[in-house]
Design a protein around this ligand. Sequence first.
Ligand SMILES: *[C@@H]1O[C@H](CO)[C@@H](O)[C@H](O)[C@H]1NC(C)=O
Ligand SMILES: *[C@@H]1O[C@H](CO)[C@@H](O)[C@H](O)[C@H]1NC(C)=O
Length: 250
Amino acid sequence: MSISLPLLLFFIVVVTSGAATDLPMTAAADLPFPNELAKTLSQTPTNFTLPPISQSPQPSAPAPAPPLPGPLVPALFVLGDSSVDCGTNNFLGTFARADRPPYGRDFDTHSPTGRFSNGRIPVDYLALKLGLPFVPSYLGQTGSIKDMMHGVNFASAASGIIFSSGSELGQHVSFSQQVQQLADTVQHFILQMGEDSTAKLISQSVVYISIGVNDYIHYYLQNESGVQKLYLPWGFAQFLASNVRQEIKV
Ligand SMILES: *[C@@H]1O[C@H](CO)[C@@H](O)[C@H](O)[C@H]1NC(C)=O
Ligand SMILES: *[C@@H]1O[C@H](CO)[C@@H](O)[C@H](O)[C@H]1NC(C)=O
């Protein structure tokens, strides 16, 4: 279903932020493909109202999020690479961008949004399954609490766990920068809603992380810094995983 997704392998970690230590890690192959997921979704009796997706990368473009009856969690926060980028790289100087056809051809708006897919990406299906609207990209929303309170997507194509992975394609928001943006967002919530409401919202929300493939494509396979002399592929995976654990703990 999806075209030109440059994915060989990547890590998916789904955590509720209440349990940020000792994360389970599963390979992408364990997850159902989007079309299977879509079939499951079409069998669910609920009718979701989809918010219009802003088509131009204007930071001021509104991304209205109509309140939906009974979402399972208050918000979904997404960190990662092109597998879950929903528009971040539209704002960056990079070759890793999906802002022109045929990207988005089969998406709800039938136009490119910055998603690296002809249609929806996994986090879109997840959002709908949770009863939430599509999650706006951090750089693409207005910064108002209304835009952000159902979740924010920080993912940036070409990014990796290692800061410099993917840099030869241009700008990206690396994993540690995304974690920083999430921390900034939480600060913003606290200033707007107070500590108690924010703590409650965050502790009940889902954080979805999909990152790691670019550390292989753009770092390990290119033998940056002679890395292959130090690590076998599996040892490199352990190195990356421990970095993710470290970032999340902070
Ligand atoms: C969902 O929407 C369709 C089309 O608007 C309608 O025919 C159908 O009855 C709705 N289903 C439910 C469960 O509300
Ligand atoms: C990776 O780089 C190192 C150092 O430059 C080199 O010794 C090693 O042979 C390279 N590995 C491969 C597979 O090319």
